[in-house]
Design a protein. Structure first.
Lengths: 423, 148
């Protein structure tokens, strides 16, 4: 969906949708022609991890087979090439999220590590006993547990913004939770279990009014929406490479320069130092201060290729195309008797969680798999959220821009089989 | 569809819909909880032992068809058995669902309907959760059993 204030005209948007050549795009992803149980794969588990375009696979392979070496230290040619490719990727990511400087882009293992880094490095120096950290009721465990650990360490208190039955954050309640004790807000941009797109601009504006910094968990947003950290004015933004059509084991923490600069290192080791003696160690500058040890070089270079690939298609076009898929799938699934969609926010990414009367999500998953349809069944690492909706688990179909309406038809057919079997 | 039908046999679907002994029996003095963190399935098994024989057994909880039917049929099949007999039956059942070849389905009576599980390795934990929990209740450890 197009954000308010977008300058694109209706005509331009129509042209984008019309020119979206999904069949051509699908050819970029070799796995999409795989068979599962003898039938064509319908991959609807993109929120768990996305598939990789050939260009990402080739880029990683080229690094490993032609210039594999360590970075930032070798005097030899291979190391220079690897360092150059690694730092180019950082610049690609910087432009991708519109960060002001490349040094604000810290490479980490994934969203989880990014949040833990902020909790431990920023949290332990700025948050103390009686201080409050605000999160929402729709957070992934990775944006709950790091704060609980910090609370145990410091005596701080975790406050949770409630949501309504549609799965939308209650902004008035949020505002009430922002007090003189609030030290940090950490919220998800797009919910992995509901698909809700949170009003992060408003969340950040309200927090900043009180001088409170905001971390945004962007793991599920970056594959679907154009993210502009400066326009959003978030203080930290975390996301994962593998959900963004890049490799696993690599992710990004964006942080505003002045915040990162003042934060102590998260881990100690090589690459994060300027000089070491047994008496005193001088830490390196940003971003290296937070990148101890040899990083996932292949992952970083692969992520750079994924970012290039996405720019080639255009996030705005992806958003529009996926919105069409979401509308089609929502209508088709809503028409199934006994099916209830969990998460009906007005602003949603292309993800549908549902429960089926009399059929447990796991059984739905097994039966769908038989028709080649890969979905996720379970609590999606959001156990408090499942409790909020009074369901032990949901089945979740999460769509990417390489998915099609025909695949949604296969999903619907498979759901009918599950109903028939359990009827 | 054929191996799906093999997994979801009619008996399993029936027990899922109408689980037997789905309650806390009066006088139950041993309890254990089982939990599958992977999917959130939970089961509580209650039983009463008398001279080493399981006199009463029941369960409560929520889970998929496989885990619910397995719990229901487990309670039916161990009722009236000694603790050793119940343990031995679990071992045979475990061998059946993991397909290690040492179990003769004929020894298992009605429980043989779970033989289709061996084709679905991720569902083995669903089929064995209530059994692990029953064993924990027998051993009286009083702690939550986890499949992980």
């Amino acid at each position: 969906m197009i954000t308010p204030g977008s300058t694109t005209t209706a005509k331009v948007r129509e042209d984008w949708v019309a020119s979206f050549e999904v069949e051509k795009i699908r050819k970029d992803f070799p796995i999409l022609s795989e068979k599962v149980h003898g039938t064509s794969l319908v991959y609807f588990d993109n929120a768990a991890t996305s598939q990789k375009p050939q260009v990402v696979i080739d880029t990683v392979q080229r690094y490993l087979s032609t210039y594999n070496s360590n970075i930032h230290r070798g005097v030899h040619g291979l190391s220079e090439r690897a360092t150059e490719a690694f730092e180019q990727s950082r610049k690609k990511v910087q432009r991708f999220i519109n960060a002001a400087q490349a040094r604000e882009v810290i490479f980490v293992r994934g969203t989880t590590e990014a949040i833990n880094l902020v909790a431990q490095s920023y949290g332990r120096t700025h948050i103390g006993a009686g201080d409050e950290i605000v999160i929402s009721a729709m957070e992934h465990h990775s944006n709950i547990v790091p704060w609980q650990i910090l609370c145990e360490q410091t005596g701080a208190v975790l406050r949770v913004v409630p949501i309504n039955d549609a799965g939308e954050l209650l902004i008035d309640e949020y505002e009430k939770l922002l007090t003189s004790r609030t030290r940090l807000v950490s919220v998800v941009h797009v919910s992995n279990a509901l698909g809700t797109i949170n009003p992060v601009h408003e969340i950040i504006r309200l927090a900043h009014r009180q001088g409170v910094p905001v971390l945004v968990d962007g793991a599920q947003a970056t594959p679907h929406l154009r993210v502009d950290v400066r326009e959003m004015d978030c203080d930290f933004y975390a996301f994962s490479g593998h959900k963004l059509f890049g490799p696993t084991g690599i992710g990004v923490l964006y942080g505003k320069d002045e915040l990162l600069e003042a934060m102590p290192p998260y881990q100690g080791g090589g690459d994060m130092i300027k000089s070491v003696t047994f008496e005193k160690t001088l830490y390196n500058d940003l971003p290296y201060k937070f990148e101890a040890g040899t990083p996932h070089i292949a992952g970083v270079i692969g992520l750079g290729a994924a970012v290039d690939y996405l720019n080639g298609i255009g996030l705005e076009r992806i958003t529009l195309y996926e919105h069409g898929l979401l509308e089609y799938a929502t209508e088709a699934l809503s028409a199934i008797t006994g099916l209830r969609i969990i998460g009906t926010a007005r602003e949603k990414a292309s993800l549908i969680s549902f429960v089926l009367d009399g059929v447990h999500a796991h059984d739905v998953g097994t039966i769908l798999d038989h028709d080649g349809v890969a979905i996720r069944a379970g609590h999606h690492c959001t156990m408090p959220l499942m409790q909020r909706f009074g369901v032990p688990a949901t089945a979740r179909a999460s769509l990417a821009f390489y998915n099609t309406k025909e695949e949604i038809d296969v999903l619907v057919g498979a759901i009918h089989k599950a109903i028939e079997m359990f009827g | 569809m054929s191996d799906l039908r093999e997994l979801y046999q009619q008996v399993i679907l029936d027990h899922n819909k109408k689980p037997r002994n789905f309650m806390k029996p009066e006088g139950a003095d041993r309890t254990a909880e089982g939990y599958n963190p992977l999917c959130g399935d939970v089961v509580t098994v209650y039983l009463q032992l008398e001279d080493d024989v399981i006199r009463k057994i029941g369960f409560q909880g929520s889970g998929c068809a496989i885990s619910k039917a397995a719990a229901s049929m487990m309670t039916d099949s161990v009722k009236g058995k000694t603790t050793d007999e119940a343990q031995a039956l679990f071992e045979k059942f475990h061998a059946l669902v993991t397909g290690d070849g040492t179990s003769d389905p004929n020894d298992l009576g009605k429980l043989a309907v779970f033989s289709g599980v061996r084709e679905f390795p991720v569902r083995v934990k669903c089929a064995t959760l209530a059994w692990h929990t029953m064993r924990a209740a027998l051993e009286g450890k009083g702690e939550t059993v986890s499949t992980e």
